[in-house]
Design a protein around this ligand. Sequence first.
Ligand code: PLP
Length: 473
Amino acid sequence: MTAEQTQAIRFPVDADRMHRFDPEMTAMILAYVEERLAIVETPVDGLGDRAVLEQAVAGLIGDDPRDAREVLDIYVEHMADTILSADSPRFFAFIPAAPTKASLLFDMVVSAASLQGCSWLEAAGAVIAENQALRVMADIAGMPASSGGVFVSGGSAGNLSALVVARDMARRKRIEQGLPEIRLRVVVSDQAHSSIRSALNITGMDALIVPTLDGRLEGQFLREALDEDPDLSDIAAIVATCGTTNAGIIDDLVAAADVAREHDWWFHVDGAYGGAGMLSAGIRDRYLGVERADSLVMDPHKWWFAPFDSAALLYREPHLAKSVHTQDAAYLDVIHEDDDDFNPSDLAYHLTRRARGMALWFSMAVNGLNAYRDAVDHALLMATYAADRIDEHPDLHLLRRPDLSVILFRRVGWLHADYEQWGQRLLRDQTAFVTHSAWRGETVARLVFLHPGTTTAMVDEVLATLSSGNYRA
Ligand SMILES: Cc1ncc(COP(=O)(O)O)c(C=O)c1O
């Protein structure tokens, strides 16, 4: 290209308009964020109507710019209230969230500064911070100094990434022993989270399902199931759960770890929801055996009070994960020049990743771990309180004492539709967000406690709606 041709290039006038600092839009968004953070008791909010929402956003994105205020107003007026607030102290469904203010604020820093956490080369400060938070979690679990890991987007991604390593380790062993490649299996309980089934499907493995009597993977049933199986040579791993999602049950981790060691299988522990319970001194002994895990998943976006979306994936020997997950491409060689380089991207199925663990890191440092211990204990107390009230209630039947912060109970005489209507009514009245579940084939009520702002009065309010005289659909 000649100098004249270069000079003649006309850059698009608007090329950098959307990247210029806009003080007005910045102030407007920060004011909205401040307002949201200042809410003392976040309401549960409600459901959305598809036609209304479609109408609200119709034609919003076009070739030309829109006023930021107009777009924010549409979000606030039409959309915000149709996104259920998982961080409401009255959100008792699924697994709630309760991110600390410090974690939410620092998450904004991660966004505003485009902090990624792929490799040591690109993001040393982020890697150090995330690893410090992971080290705290590994220490709480009692995992050895060699352990380490990475924050992934959620428990499902963590379980999948861990099981990929488990599968490949089993494959390698077979190759070393001169055995043919076969379809592998993983030992799981009938209460393992749905993401485990999904991970097995993706990794091309099958499940050897161990039945449970009371929802807990017990050593005796585990050994019986294995004894009954004619050939265990295709087993790659055993998965135990510390905090089943439906009922908050902690499996017999010692038995699972023993079995894994006897057979030289990978031992994976899914603590996506319940792992944080280890912060409570009162129940720490229930987790005995977790320290022997080859891989462990715990979700900060659940009971570690961090924003969506974040799961800590810890490996006993991270170099094994690295040998499986590292992506190989010429342009990536530069991040792998050191033999002992530590690149979070190498430890799970992903490459580019947000430095999502920094929100937890900042909050842990600012609040101190005692605050986390208290917050977890609060949820456990709420569950015990609710269980006691249910126990003494003539119309209610507690299905099992809670191990953690999940309660399952029956409203005597109710059928599936009654539970549905009850949940709808609680939401309509903004009393709570509650969804029903199933226990041994029966539809039952389920409450999950997690938010430190939940009070006994809120629990009483919910349970009062179940008394014969008070119930209305
Ligand atoms: C025990 C357990 N494992 C895995 C998951 C999946 O985690 P995520 O939703 O973060 O993918 C959950 C979610 O509730 C869970 O409770």
